[in-house]
Write a protein that binds this ligand. Structure first.
Ligand SMILES: [Mg+2]
Length: 397
C-alpha cells in the first residue's frame, strides 16, 4: 500500500514546515497503532508512506485494513500551530495476484494511489487497465509530482543579443527535467501535463525563484547585470497572486526588479484581455519587464496591444525560420517590427539559426535575437565563460 497525505504541500506552505514535520510523525504513530505488529511501515520520502501487509489472504481482509488506515485520519492531528485536518489517499497492489514482478509493486501501487488521489480520502486497488489507458500520461504525472522535491528540475539559459551592437543583453531561462525514472523528458511532453494538472503553478514558482537566485548569483560574481526572462504559463498568469509571488521572490532574492523579465504568451494575454491589463500594469509598476511570447501565432487585437504595458514582442520562430526565403514570413516580421517601433515596443526574434536570418533581421531593424546561431540553451555554469569570451570578442573586434 502506498499512502500519500492529501494536501500536505498546502499544509506545509500555510502552517510551516515544523507543523508538517509534526504531522508526519503523528501519521507514523497512528499507522503503527492501526496496523498489526507483522506489518511493515516505511516512509519513502516526502509525505509518502509504504505499508507492507503480509499474509493477508482475502480482499476483504485487505479492504478492512485500508479502511482502518483511512479512519486513522478521521480525527484532527494536534500540532503546535493548532489542529490539522487531513486525509489520505491509498493505492494498493497485491502480490502475486496481479501477476507482476516485485519491482512493479511500487510502481503499480503508485498508479493506484494516483487514481485514489483523484477523489482523495479513499483507497484504490490496482487494476491492470489503469495502466493500459493512461500509463504514459499518469506515469509522467506521478513522476512530475515528485520532481520538485527530488530536485530534478534545472534551468538552462539561452542568451539574447542586440542585433545592432552584437552585445549580450539577457537570457531566457528554460526548464529542463531530468527524471530519475523517465530520463530526460522534453518540455513539449511534460509542460502540457503540468498545465492540465495544475502542477505548473508550484513548478512556475520554482522557476521564478531559481531564475532570480541565479541572476543574483551572477550579479554577485561580478558579471555585469542582465535580464533573466522567465516564461509564465497561462494558469500561472491567470492566478490572482502572480504579483504577490513575483514581488516576494524579488524581495527574498534581493534582486532589483528590472533584472527580471516575464514572457507571457500572446494567447494567455489576449484570452481575458480586459482583466489582463490590470495584472500587466501592476507587474510593470513593480518594475519587471514584460514580453509577449510566441507573437503572431495566436489571435491578437491590435487595439489591445496599444494599451498593454509591454516592453517587448517576441517574434515566433515559425516566422523566422524561412524569413530569408519566404516573402510572406518576411512581410509579417517586417510589419511586426514596424508596428512595434511605432508603439515604442522592442522586438526580439527567436529561433535564429543562420547568419542569413540575422542579416535579414538586421535590415528589418529588429532589436534583438536569440537562437542557435549565437548559442543553444546552456546550463548556468557555462554562462559566465560564454559571456566573458563574447565580451572579449566584441571589444577586440
Ligand atoms: Mg519564451
Amino acid at each position: 500500500m502506498l499512502l500519500d497525505i492529501d494536501r500536505f504541500k498546502q499544509i506545509n506552505d500555510t502552517r510551516g514546515h515544523a507543523t508538517g514535520d509534526i504531522l508526519l510523525q503523528q501519521v507514523a504513530e497512528r499507522l503503527a497503532a492501526t496496523l498489526r505488529a507483522t506489518d511493515t511501515i516505511a516512509r519513502l520520502g516526502g509525505d509518502e508512506f509504504t505499508v507492507l501487509v503480509e499474509n493477508a489472504t482475502t480482499i476483504d481482509e485487505i479492504s478492512t485494513i485500508a479502511d482502518k488506515i483511512k479512519n486513522a485520519f478521521a480525527t484532527p492531528f494536534e500540532t503546535e500551530s493548532g489542529e490539522v485536518f487531513t486525509t489520505t489517499s491509498v493505492g494498493i497492489t497485491i502480490f502475486p495476484f496481479d501477476d507482476h514482478d516485485r519491482d512493479e509493486l511500487l510502481k503499480n501501487a503508485d498508479v493506484a494511489m494516483y487514481h485514489a488521489k483523484q477523489e482523495r480520502n479513499n483507497w484504490q486497488l490496482y487494476r491492470a487497465d489503469m495502466n493500459v489507458n493512461t500509463e504514459d500520461r499518469l506515469g509522467m504525472e506521478v513522476e512530475l509530482r515528485r520532481a520538485l522535491e527530488r530536485n530534478e528540475f534545472q534551468l538552462y539559459f539561452q542568451p539574447q543579443i542586440a542585433v545592432k551592437t552584437g552585445k549580450f543583453i539577457g537570457m531566457e531561462a528554460l526548464l529542463r527535467w531530468d527524471s530519475k525514472a523517465l530520463g530526460r523528458v522534453s518540455p513539449a511532453e511534460f509542460i502540457p501535463i503540468a498545465e492540465d494538472s495544475g502542477l505548473i503553478v508550484p513548478i512556475g514558482e520554482w522557476i521564478l525563484r531559481a531564475a532570480a537566485e541565479q541572476c543574483k548569483a551572477w550579479e554577485r560574481a561580478g558579471l555585469s547585470p542582465f535580464t533573466v526572462s522567465v516564461n509564465i504559463s497561462a494558469p500561472q498568469f491567470r492566478r490572482s497572486n502572480l504579483l504577490q509571488v513575483v514581488s516576494t521572490v524579488l524581495t527574498q532574492c534581493h534582486l532589483d526588479a528590472r533584472w527580471l523579465g516575464l514572457e507571457i504568451t500572446e494567447s494567455s494575454i489576449m484570452k481575458h484581455a480586459e482583466q489582463t491589463i490590470q495584472t500587466l500594469i501592476d507587474l510593470r509598476e513593480l518594475g519587471v519587464a514584460i514580453a509577449i511570447d510566441d507573437f503572431g501565432t495566436g489571435y491578437s487585437s491590435l487595439s489591445y496591444l496599444k494599451r498593454f504595458p509591454v516592453n517587448k514582442i517576441k517574434v515566433d520562430q515559425s516566422f523566422v525560420r524561412d524569413i530569408s526565403s519566404d516573402p510572406n514570413d518576411a512581410a509579417i516580421v517586417s510589419a511586426v517590427v514596424a508596428m512595434s517601433k511605432q508603439l515604442g515596443i522592442k522586438t526580439i526574434a527567436e529561433g535564429v539559426e543562420t547568419a542569413e536570418q540575422l542579416a535579414f533581421l538586421s535590415r528589418l531593424e529588429c532589436d534583438e535575437y536569440q537562437g542557435y546561431y549565437f548559442s543553444k540553451p546552456i546550463p548556468a555554469a557555462e554562462v559566465a565563460p560564454l559571456i566573458l569570451s563574447h565580451q572579449l570578442k566584441t571589444t577586440s573586434a
